[in-house]
Design a protein around this ligand. Sequence first.
Ligand code: CO
Length: 655
Amino acid sequence: MAIPIDQETSAQQQIVRHPLDPLTTQEIEQTTRVLSASGRITPRVRIMAYSLLEPAKDVVLAFQPGQPLSRDVFVVMRDHERRLTVEAVVSLAGETIRSWRERTDVQPALTYPEVFAAQQAVLADAAFQEAMSRRGITDLTYVVIYPWTAGYRGLEDAPSRGRFMRMEVALAEAPEDNYYAHPVEGVVATIELDTMAVLIEDHGVVPVPASAGNYTPDGIRAANNVPSFPDGPRTDVKPIAITQPEGTSFQVAGHEVRWQKWRFHVGFTPREGLVLHLLEYLDKGRYRSLLYRAALSEMYVPYGDPTPSHNFKNVFDAGEVGIGVLANSLELGCDCLGEIHYFDATVNDAEGQPIVLANAICMHEEDYSLLWKHLEYNVDGSTRSEVRRSRRLVISSISTVGNYEYGFYWYLYQDGTIQFEIKLTGIIAPAAIAPGAHPVSGTLVAPGLYGPNHQHYFNVRLDMMVDGPRNSVVEVNCAPLPWGKGNPQGNAWAARETLLATESAAQRCIEPRTSRYWKIVNSSSLNALGQPVAYKLMPGKNAFPLFAQGSPQWQRGGFTRAHLWATAYAPAERYAAGDYPNQQQGGAGLPAYVQKNRSLENADLVVWYTFGSNHVARSEDWPVMPVETVGFHLQPAGFFDGNPALDVPPPMAHC
Ligand code: CO
């Protein structure tokens, strides 16, 4: 299906109206002109990422439409010749380089051109060719080299020692074959990306699994490998059409969106992808603030397989690769259904030229079943019923990170609830094992092929603004009251609130036995009942670290040690695993931010929520994995004086 591009919308988006609007193609081109004119961009400098340097919070909050904007761009570059990383700030208004910092202690995210060059370097490497011929593979036409980040096995992987990536090998049986079905086990290539030097490890020969793993209709027919479906594709799936004959109930102006009582601003960065800013809810004629900024801050996928070909794998998909740059162009009727508004996103290539990711963000309304209902008996014995249907606004994007897809979905509901959900799908990264053997940490999904155990962690940074910038965090635990005079039947329980007053106190884990949740409270704003207004963060399913204390995974993934973190607002503290997780030993990000142990009482604070799932592969995850979801809710808890969705009209006159 063709991608419908709304030209008018695309043109509108290129006009910068608000200080938080994402970078435009013109701004990216201008940044490159300023850098080039300085003479500091030599032929072997690769531009990793341009991102908007967001203005100070007070500047943004005081902004009035039409005011002049001063836009600055934060630039990360790699000088492959001098083997260092450059951080620069370019002022667009002044057409000047405001700052320039050269660093040998960090490695920025990997880029596609580096991956392609590394693939060629591996294929041309004599030791690699020998490793292939030991396996009887002499024709390299269909040998696939696919990337992993290096991880951190020891000091030799430190950022100052070089810029590393690790790659693994598989065999495709045809140009569009699912090569993940045929891993060439035991071969790990380490590539130094400044010099393209290749080091091959060979951990022993295992037969290449032969069963096809194709999942397209043609692939299934060609491989004839699905005895479960002897009749072919289903023929009883009738069309579903979603139409809104009077149009949508949202309005879009540039990047600002209004939907019923919600108002917010849509942002996008190469690293985080979709960002929501300035989220507010209209209550009694005034917009009340909830969130200054909300975005995925990091993702972490540590593998639990002890074998030498796989134990290095622990990947930070946002900081080591970039969720925004990997965003898909979404297609109507395929990725999204209904009356859709798309936002394009613009990122840069290695030469600093703009790349427009058309339809990177999808926004639409969904019917979401019941909002509220009650059936009641009248005094004369007849009945009356009131029912309202729930509708939610969906703002989403999907990124492909190698073998996996991650869908990021923000949902806004009519009752003031905010939900964030991640949909995990794509292909597991399987490994080969000798026929008849069983993996220690994994599940067989096809003969000689297994899915290694791994975890998926996510961290979302929530710059809270519940009725203003001064908030506190309270933990709530439900607990029985002591059986005795005040509780004669032993039935009583209470929801106990504990203030998390400092950053060291605000490192907490889920506790299903007490239905633990956290409230973000504004104690200077009271509801009609005199209670401080609040939103509560309701955890969903979650995971705990399974790697050993002190392991590289433990050090690097420090943000997984607690589910809830809170920090005093600091503009430079943006990422749960630090600015540059690539090849990092660990310690940066949240574990470092909280060292200051700042006060969180009535403070401008940021809540960070870590959530994840343990992926024990199932045979049903092969060859492509049905969606798995993980996420959380933010719900009003005393924020409104009553049910804020009483005013939703009945869906039909007789409801
Ligand atoms: Co998984």
